[in-house]
Ligand binder design. Structure first.
Ligand code: XUL
Ligand code: CO
Length: 431
């Protein structure tokens, strides 16, 4: 059968090319003993590329993909064929999926699991025949109306149990496919109004659910990381997994901070009123950095547009934090990104990823150079240099002792420039 992508050839690195090519992403280029491919660990998401039909709040399907509506196993397999053709054209090392993306829902929970397992067999063969590896699997517990009042935080214990079964089967499949992580995005773990919400109970349910997921991971010997993906709103007005700091507080409360990390998405950071680098720096500092979803929002519209990255300076500051965290271990760069709904053609899907990968490559190279040159770390060290010589004066001392130190010396500290513009100029030289 001919491919959905027809005669689009595998994309290669060729800075001089006129047509589709990587101009910055050379997978084999070495940066400090590690190839760009291994630094970036690109992954393509299944859902926005092969499931989303192009609808927005005012209009329905715009894309005309031959496997839509993918409500039979045959159509689901045609969809998988197209997906794996695209992975090959892009040469990406990883992909990601929700259960709901790869199998049509069954008439019963059991039939849904059986279908998931059958589709897992189908994609496993493709993965083993030169396809990409699995960066992460996850369960969609937000689209179906049964989840409208939450997944693990639902007031109905039967929904909690349904979710346990769903996550268990999805973790099993992720494990079987050699997934390197398992993600929980709590899209609907939150509330619309306190008038009908028992906040304390819902948080307890969510903590208990996560503990069970961690226990099950150890039981089946899954070596990958469990990742939570913070997001402040959309779909619910108030999400319990608002941002990295909120998730950390939640993990601490339930004693799970050594077991669970975060998958940080740029668009979600923007929705939370943060920059991407803020969220990444926070995750690194708190020791819970895991992986990234490299898709951004539109700064004017203020909602989750999931666009491909196209801003090299932003990517540079993000990868700066990734490198400072020591780079990815099990994590990677997932494009949880979708086309604009007018981008109808198969080639649009390829071009979007090629552009995104090139932007990330530019960002990574700039970040690497800034670190190698000590361009930002040296001035930062200098800014805090006073602590190198006076730490002993305050370390382990009481408030009174330090007050005495200040008073006896008649301290009168003088302000020092923060040099923000100078630092911004330095960054600008690299991006
Ligand atoms: C939603 C989102 C999800 C997660 C996986 O905003 O980012 O696609 O990445 O469920
Ligand atoms: Co995401």
């Amino acid at each position: 059968m001919t491919s959905y992508f027809q005669d689009i050839a595998p994309v290669t690195y060729d800075p001089q090319a006129k047509g589709l090519a990587f101009r910055h992403y050379d997978p084999q280029e070495m940066l400090g003993g590690k190839s760009m491919q291994d630094h970036l660990r690109f992954a393509v998401c299944y859902w926005h590329n092969f499931v989303w039909e192009g609808n927005d709040p005012f209009g329905g399907q715009t894309f005309d993909r031959p496997w839509f509506p993918a409500d039979t196993m045959d159509l689901a397999k045609r969809k998988a064929d197209a997906a794996f053709d695209m992975f090959k054209i892009l040469g990406v090392p990883f992909w990601c999926f929700h259960d709901h993306d790869i199998r049509p829902e069954g008439a019963s929970l059991k039939e849904s699991h059986d279908r998931l397992n059958e589709m897992a067999d189908y994609v496993q063969e493709k993965m083993e025949n030169g396809g990409p590896k699995l960066l992460w699997g996850t369960a969609n517990m937000f689209s179906n109306r049964r989840f409208m009042s939450g997944a693990s935080t639902n007031p109905d214990p039967d929904v909690f149990a349904y979710c346990a079964s769903t996550v268990k089967s999805c973790m099993d499949v992720t494990h079987r496919l050699g997934g390197e992580n398992y993600v929980l995005w709590g899209g609907r773990e939150g509330y619309e109004t306190l008038l009908n919400t028992d906040l304390d109970r819902e948080l307890q349910q969510m903590g208990r659910f996560l503990q069970m997921v961690v226990d099950y991971k150890h039981k089946i010997g899954f070596k990958g990381a469990i990742l939570i993906e913070p997001k402040p709103q959309e779909p619910t007005k108030h999400q319990y997994d608002y941002d990295v700091a909120t998730v950390y507080g939640f993990l601490k409360r339930f004693g799970l901070e050594e077991e669970v990390q975060v998958n940080v998405e740029q668009g979600h950071a923007i929705l939370a009123g943060h920059s991407f680098e803020h969220e990444l720096a926070m995750a690194r500092t708190l020791g819970i950095f895991g992986s990234i979803d490299m898709n951004r929002n539109d700064y004017q519209s203020g909602w989750d547009t999931d666009q491909f990255p196209n801003n090299a300076p932003e990517a540079a500051l993000a990868y700066y934090e990734v490198l400072k965290a020591g780079g990815f271990t099990t994590g990677g760069t997932n494009f949880d990104a979708k086309l604009r709904r007018q981008s109808l053609d198969p080639v649009d899907l390829i071009a979007a990823h090629v552009g995104g990968m090139d932007i990330c490559a530019r960002g990574l190279k700039a970040a690497y150079a800034m670190l190698a040159d000590d361009a930002l770390e040296a001035p930062r060290r200098e800014r805090y240099a006073g602590w190198e010589t006076s730490d002993h004066l305050v370390e382990g001392k009481t408030l009174e002792q330090i007050a005495d130190y200040a008073e006896s010396r008649g301290l009168d500290p003088q302000p020092v420039s923060g040099r923000q513009e100078i630092l911004e100029n330095i960054v600008n030289r690299y991006v």
